[in-house]
Each structure stands twice: as structure tokens, then as C-alpha cells.
Design a protein around this ligand. Sequence first.
Ligand SMILES: O=c1cc[nH]c(=O)[nH]1
Length: 437
Amino acid sequence: MTSQLDLPSSGWYVLANARVHFSLTTADIGATDEDGFALVDIAIADGKITGIAPRRDKPVPPRAVDLAGRIVFPCFVDCHTHLDKGHIWPRRRNPDGSFMGALEAVGADRAANWSAADVEARMEFALKCAFAHGTKAIRTHLDSISPQETISWPVFESMRERWAGRIDLQAVCLLGIDGVRETDWFADLAGRVAAARGMLGAVTYMVPELEPLLDRVFETAIERGLDLDFHADETDDVSAISLKKIAEKALEHRFEGKILVGHCCSLARQPDADVLDTLDKVARAGVAVVSLPMCNMYLQDRRFDGTTPRWRGVTLLHEMKARGIPVAVASDNTRDPFYAYGDLDMLEVYRMATRTLHFDHPVADWPRTVAATPADIMRLQDAGRLAVGGAADLVVFRGRSWTELLSRPESGRIVVRDGRAIEAAVPDYSELDTVVG
Ligand SMILES: O=c1cc[nH]c(=O)[nH]1
């Protein structure tokens, strides 16, 4: 995005009068206003933040760029995406907007088209979008249904290398939990994931052998020292309780790695007593949860009788956070049959989350859901917070308050990486014309 502010391209400088939210910095920013903001000066040198100090009435320092109260965020962390599926919409739509429609359309497209060159071109496009919007770390799921794992994982590893220093990439294998029944194949997959420093994952359906299959996933993760990342209960079916089963298995296996679970939609439809039991177990097991508001609004409660959706599709983030469960929001799918829209813009995700999940009145520390919390889940030390001594990776918006920030697309935001404004722009859609038609 182009900078209208003209940040220095060499030497140290100070972003003066920056509006910073208490939840997005480790620095002492003094008293905050009713929205949790304080005006600060952020000193930047050699690609690092060297100071964050309350503005108060001090004279403006030398080499200051006056932000006049614009909001500054740390660069975003997006902990649940599907870069391997992104942008196939022009050649493979969801026929009816349903979850099954998405699964079948993606399956057919994968079998027909997902060569290494195809996956690489779409991933590259997606990463350019995310980078231009101000994201510095992404975890992607990779469809790992045989033989796709032999194609997508090597592509992922080379993309991670190519993007090193711009976007930190992590990957998780994605397969239906019944794929774990193929003992030898699953062991090989786990070996591939471990060799690529990935995470072990699966989509948990309420199949009769869910518990023994989960046992195998946990045992494999323990053997290999892998973190876990599941898709669970992406349905309105109240009998879908795999989040609870995952938490129970984590406790039973005394699992010490990190566990992230995405979606958990059916929880919001279950009776209160069941919800409380599940949340207590999730909290005790140290499981983190990521909600995907854009994809959930698109797929959940889709009706085929001409009637209007009646629920929001998202899980119970407020109740989870109140219990100390780490909660995040993320992009999920972009322009594929699971979600027809999206551009890996975490500000858009946060805006949608604010509307769908009521991240307001009060805003409290909800901004952490796109920053420090996913960074912790992904074990990233230097991400998700504005910290003295940390990288000067930040986004300067035009908005000076929540209402200004969340009312416009903020396409003129300035993304600063290692202290310098980047020139990156979102790629033109035509770049993918020869790939997806
Ligand atoms: O939401 C989902 C679920 C499974 N696979 C996806 O790509 N997205």
C-alpha cells in the first residue's frame, strides 16, 4: 500500500502521536481512554522498536513523523487459513453454498487441478495479498488426502523459504479423521509433517471410532513431538461434540504440546449444562480455540427453502475467554467453495468478528485475537505485540478511533516492516487468469 505519510527510508525516527491499544503492546502506555487507547511516541531504529512512551505534553522529538492520533497495530497473525485452496472459485464454485457442496467441489478440483505449479501460483497470490494487508505470520492447513500430500507439502516448504523474512509460514495436515484408520499411510504422513516442522491435524467427525482415532492422533503427536490443530464441529448438529472429545483426550494423554481447535460451531447450539462441561474440560486441557466468522456466516445455517439464516454460526468466544481459554479469530478460506470471498485481510476479519461476535461494548482486550493470542498459539515470540526491543513490524491506519477504523476498508493503511514502509500492493486478480480462468 502506498504511504501518504512519507516515513524515513533510512536512519532512526519517531512515530509521534500514535494511538495504541493497551491490549496490543507490552509497554506501559499510561492511562488509557474509555476505548483502551493511549497516545504514544514509538521510536524506531535499525528495524526495531527502541521506545514506546506516553505522549503527554512533551515537545515533539526530533525526526518525528506526526501521526496525529492515527491507530497503530502490530502486524497481524493469521492462525487458520487454507492457502492451498485459495482463489479456485472462478473455476470451481460451491453449487449451493453448503458445507457438503464445498467438500465435493474442492475434492473434484483437487483431483483435477492441484499440480505443484497450480498450488504454488495460488499460494503466491494469497501471500502477496496478506503481506500487503499487514500480516506477518500465517498458519495454513494443507489438504493431505493421498496423493495430494506428496505435492502440497514440498510446495509449502519452498514457499516458506521464499517468503522467509516477510511472512512466517506454518502448515498443518488436513484430512478427515477416518483417514487415520490407514495406519501405515498416517504414520508416513506424520513423518512428512514432522520433517517439514508442521503440525498434525484432522477434521473430527462424530464417527463411531472417534475416540480410538483421536488416541492414535495424540499418540503420534507425542511420539513425534508435534503440536496439534483440529477442525471440529463445523455444523449446527447438536450431537457434534468432538471439541469435548479432543479436550478429554488431551487430559487423558497428558498432552504437553499446544492444541488449537477451529470452528466449534455446534457448541453454540447445545444446552447450557453441556456447554459448561465442555468449556471446563477445554480450559483444563489448555486447548485454544479459533473462530472463523466469515466462513461460518457463509456456510452455517444455509437454508434451501427460501428462508433466512437465524444464527450466526460462530462459537462461544466470550464464554471461552471468560474461562481463560486462549481465543483467536482468523481468515479461513478465501475465494474457494468454503467461502466465496475474502482477501486474507485480518482487519476485515476483525471487523466481521466485531459485528458477528460483539467484540465491543466493551472492546476490552479483543484485539489480541488477531495479534498476541494467535502468536502465542503459533509459538512466535516476536509477533503480535508492539514491544520495545521487538521488530518494528506494524500497521498505521487512518482511523483514530474504533468507529473510524472499522467503518472503512482502510485500503490506504501503511504497512511498516523492519521499520520501513513497504511498497507492496495487493496483486491484480488478472494475475491468476491463466491459472483459474
Ligand atoms: O472450513 C473448512 C473446513 C474444511 N476445509 C476447509 O477448507 N475449510
